[in-house]
Design a protein around this ligand. Structure first.
Ligand SMILES: [Cu+2]
Length: 150
């Protein structure tokens, strides 16, 4: 019995990091906002290289009071933000968090975020694993102008 218990512990300690490594965040950034703003949004692609669907169930950041999972939906033809319980990361696919769609909402910013600041964001998944991200602050307007030039 004791041996079985130890074997289970070993399995657990090996399986958690492996599952977390299946999820990779790419092109993550936080939108720079005017100093008076107390909210901003974070965007990224979350790739799931695993064979099982994963759910992003929560997010936290020391930069804000709370982080909510949000999406945009059209209500009577007007796009509105809505909080969602989780964001599905399909097996072998990805969830794209982008302007006008899914995003992380940082609410109650503790200090102004300037371009090139770094924001720590941790993502909690439904299997109990946590992904720590170090995300740069970007100026969205500048990025759009940059894209037009090419
Ligand atoms: Cu939002």
């Amino acid at each position: 019995m004791k041996r079985f218990f130890l074997a289970s512990l070993l399995l657990l300690s090996f399986s958690l990091p492996i599952q977390a490594m299946d999820i990779q965040a790419k092109d993550a950034y936080v939108r720079a906002v005017p100093a008076i703003s107390e909210v901003t949004a974070a965007f990224m692609q979350l790739h799931n290289k695993g064979s099982q669907d994963r759910q992003l169930v929560a997010a936290n950041s020391p930069a804000s009071r709370v982080v909510e999972l949000h999406t945009h939906t059209a209500v009577d033809g007007v796009m509105q933000m809505r909080q969602v319980e989780h964001i599905t990361l399909p097996a072998g696919g990805m969830a794209e968090l982008k302007p006008g769609g899914l995003h992380l909402m940082l609410i109650g910013l503790k200090q102004p975020l300037k371009v090139d600041d770094r924001v720590q964001i941790s993502l909690s998944l439904d299997d109990g694993s946590i992904i720590e991200l170090d995300v740069p602050v970007r100026n969205m307007q500048m990025m759009q102008q940059h894209q037009h030039r090419h």
